[in-house]
Design a protein around this ligand. Structure first.
Ligand SMILES: Nc1nc2c(ncn2[C@@H]2O[C@H](COP(=O)(O)OP(=O)(O)OP(=O)(O)O)[C@@H](O)[C@H]2O)c(=O)[nH]1
Length: 747
């Protein structure tokens, strides 16, 4: 019986029901206030708020020297071991602990809101994470005032917010910075400032006059209005001495002292207990360490009548300071105190929220004309704008553009073939010619193209040259080349569009667009290339030419040669400048020519003539360009001649005939590229983007996307701030209303 009395007389059924009802009501209020406090905290972290920082709802802050039993008390309240342990000063950052009573929670779990690790049901894992987060502060710094936020959900905890701080030290250890003591003190000072409630922990076996926690509390709360003294390790001193300590007269506290024995006794550590803590939730035995400790305290205090007497005396109001015993009563007391002090701050907080809300609403009206925005609407708008620029591009890049692109590619191929089979002169320029010829051509000695206009019409040599060129051109993999060209052009343009349009500041979405582009293009690549190749097959055997086609190609071939001449001249001019003038270049060219005729020796170039190897190479290039331009001019004349007017002279005018072939290949390829690749891509890409960037993105990614744009981010943040303030105002008003109703109810 004595034991039951010592732990707050919970034996009587009526009393129990009353306590439960009060607890439930209190928890509802406290929870609402904690929610408001957290909302306000989010608003303050989201951007400097002037009026909100002035008024804040209080937190409970736990301070104590190292090894005073701080962790043991907190763990007894939570019911689990979860705080970092070790000799190496493991609490280096404030731990802001929010306990959330969740009666329906299937399991107890913790969450680190800033880390986004999800629910952690293994408390050993929570302990490890806390240890890692603390030890991430280097030994040289030892403490940081950047808090770790941890929420614990459980049916066995009350709604409470507690802040655990690094323990006070007397002197810094050898490996700790000198300034550590003062660093810890100023960190704690920051937290024990008004209006927070201070839980000052002192161990019974250490002289209270030396308690750093009580001394610090006295400094900031000299009248003992917001400090609770907690004396741990009562079992280590004589019970009579314990009672003396709990009635500490040198620092009287209005909320009194609470004595606890918060160590899990080894004999009880593994046994499920009577479940005293679980009375909070009305569930059965919790089996947590809180219950084990409570059971142990019940037995310990019951064993010593002096504790029962102290409680009775206090109840009788004999002038003694109020005495409270046990972790459960500490917990209840904390809840009551939190509620009371929060209630005191409710009206000022409510006023501050309203003031802040008014300012924010005004800003929102002025800057955004009350225009609401969502990440989703911003994404939809950006996607629409992107699709619009895509449509514009599609309008500009059609069949005609593909035709021009492919024709210019084939023109280049035709020029290369002509150079190989007609224009390179093996006899005059063996070095350069050899480098560009295939073995078969080298074997068939090239005849100078100047002989072509006067060759007999049945000259097999010239027939073979043209047939080889045509065969080479038609069998050069036009299907693959043309498909690659168009694919590259499309993916290049998409790259340009994402880098310049609505998505230019959105790297994640850029990748999605590029991936979708590549997937569509790749999936069509082989079938398109095969279809094009199939359709140009007939030209591999026979090419029929119309008069009109011939004359069109005659003009085009002439223009091509003219452009080639221009390029030769430009290159020659550049070469002249690079060797220091035309005179120098022609000297070197002459030397190279003489050496080809055997009139001078190449080995003497440097020593006798002072021409470096680089200069000789340039001389060779100069000679090549001059001769190439001569041949091209000759060929231009030929194309203009009467001989090349008729399509029947195809062997005399290979430039024209090859252009006809290139043109036919282009026209046929474009037909299929347009249908199979271009139109298909233009049709599918917008649909694919709708699928990937619509709801497929998910709310978090959508928000991340929207906030990548600084302007939108500001708009969204201001809007969120306004919404949070509205919510906080609504909640705080309902809490104030609840308070009023409670006050009106009979006790
Ligand atoms: N006998 C007894 N030992 C206790 C009691 N409370 C805590 N201890 C022991 O005292 C030691 C220190 O307790 P902690 O809870 O780790 O103390 P702390 O203040 O958190 O220590 P730091 O984390 O180092 O600051 C541990 O060995 C506990 O088991 C108690 O009420 N009675």
């Amino acid at each position: 019986m004595a034991a039951a009395a010592a732990t707050a007389t919970l034996s009587d059924d009526d009393a129990e029901e009353r306590v439960a009802a009060t607890n439930a009501q209190m928890m509802l209020l406290t929870r609402k206030m904690i929610e408001i406090r957290n909302t306000l905290q989010e608003i303050s972290t989201g951007g400097g708020s002037r009026s909100l920082t002035r008024v804040q709802l209080p937190s409970i802050v736990v301070v104590g020297s190292q090894s005073s039993g701080k962790s043991s008390v907190l763990e007894a309240i939570v019911g689990h071991e979860f705080l970092p342990k070790g000799n190496n000063m493991v609490t280096r950052r404030p731990i802001e602990l929010t306990l959330i009573n969740s009666p329906d929670a299937a399991a107890e779990y913790g969450e680190f809101p800033a880390l986004k690790l999800g629910k952690i049901t293994d408390f050993a894992q929570i302990q490890k994470t806390l240890t890692d987060l603390n030890l991430a502060i280097p030994d040289s710094e030892a403490v940081s005032d950047d808090p770790i936020r941890l929420n614990i959900y459980s049916p066995h905890v009350p709604d409470l917010t507690l802040i655990d701080l690094p323990g006070y030290i007397q002197i810094a250890a050898a490996d700790q910075p000198e300034s550590l003591k003062s660093k810890i003190t100023s960190l704690c000072d920051k937290y024990i400032a008004s209006p927070n409630i201070i839980v000052a922990i002192s161990a019974a076996d250490v002289d209270l006059a030396n308690s750093t926690a009580l001394r610090a509390a006295k400094r900031v709360d000299p009248r003992g209005e917001r400090t609770i003294g907690v004396i741990t390790k009562l079992d280590l001193v004589d019970p009579g001495r314990a009672i003396d300590l709990l009635q500490n007269r040198s620092y009287p506290l209005q909320m009194g002292y609470v004595g606890v024995v918060s160590k899990v006794p080894s004999s009880l550590a593994t046994r499920a207990s009577s479940g005293l803590l679980s009375r909070f939730s009305g569930s059965g035995d919790s089996g947590d360490i809180g219950s084990v400790i409570a059971k142990n305290e019940e037995v310990y205090f019951g064993r010593h009548p002096v504790f029962t007497r102290a409680l009775t005396d206090a109840d009788d109001r004999t002038g003694q300071q109020q005495v409270t015993l046990g972790v459960i009563n500490l917990r209840n007391k904390l809840m009551r105190i939190l509620e009371r002090t929060m209630a005191k701050n409710l009206q000022p907080a409510c006023d501050a929220i309203h003031q802040e809300l008014e300012e924010t609403a005004y800003q929102f009206k002025v800057e955004y004309n009350d225009r609401p925005i969502t990440a989703e609407s911003y994404l939809a708008q950006s996607l629409d704008s992107f699709k619009l620029s895509f449509k514009e591009f599609a309008g500009k890049f059609g069949r005609e553009q593909v035709r021009a692109m492919l024709k210019s590619e084939l023109d280049q191929r035709v020029l290369d073939l002509l150079a190989q089979r007609y224009w390179n002169r093996l006899d005059e320029d063996p070095d350069l010619a050899l480098a560009t010829l295939d073995d078969a051509t080298i074997k068939s000695i090239l005849r100078p193209v100047s002989e072509l206009p006067s060759a007999p019409s049945d000259d097999v040599y010239w027939h073979r040259q043209l047939d080889a060129c045509v065969s080479n051109l038609t069998k050069s993999g036009v299907g693959r080349t043309s498909t690659t060209l168009v694919s590259n052009a499309l993916s290049g343009e998409m790259e340009h569009l994402v880098n310049s349009g609505a998505f230019k500041t959105h790297p994640y979405v850029k990748t999605i667009v590029q991936d979708a582009t590549m997937e569509i293009l790749n999936s069509r690549f082989y079938s398109t290339a095969d279809q094009v190749e199939n359709c140009i097959k007939p030209y591999k055997y026979e090419v029929e030419v119309e008069d009109q086609e011939w004359s069109k190609s005659r003009e085009h071939a002439f223009a091509l040669l003219k452009e080639e001449v221009r390029q030769c001249e430009a290159a020659y001019y550049k070469l002249q400048r690079s060797v220091g003038g035309g005179k120098k270049l022609s000297q070197v060219e002459k030397f190279v020519e003489k050496s080809r005729k055997g009139l001078v020796k190449m080995e003497d170039a440097n020593e006798i003539y002072g021409f470096s190897q680089a200069l000789i190479d340039k001389g060779r290039e100069g000679l090549f360009l001059t001769k190439r331009a001569d041949i091209l001019r000759l060929r231009m004349q030929a194309l203009k001649s009467k001989q090349c007017k008729s399509k029947d002279s195809k062997y005399y005018c290979p430039e024209i005939f090859l252009d006809v072939v290139a043109d036919k290949l282009t026209q046929t390829a474009v037909l299929f590229l347009n249908v199979e690749l271009l139109s298909d891509f233009y049709y599918h890409l917008p649909r694919e983007l709708d699928a990937r960037l619509g709801h497929g993105l998910g709310p978090q990614k959508m928000e991340n996307f929207a906030k990548e744009n600084a302007k939108v981010r500001r708009h969204l943040e201001l809007q969120e701030r306004k919404q949070k303030l509205e919510l906080a105002a609504e909640k705080i008003e309902s809490v104030i209303a609840m308070q009023k109703t409670r006050r009106l109810q009979p006790a």
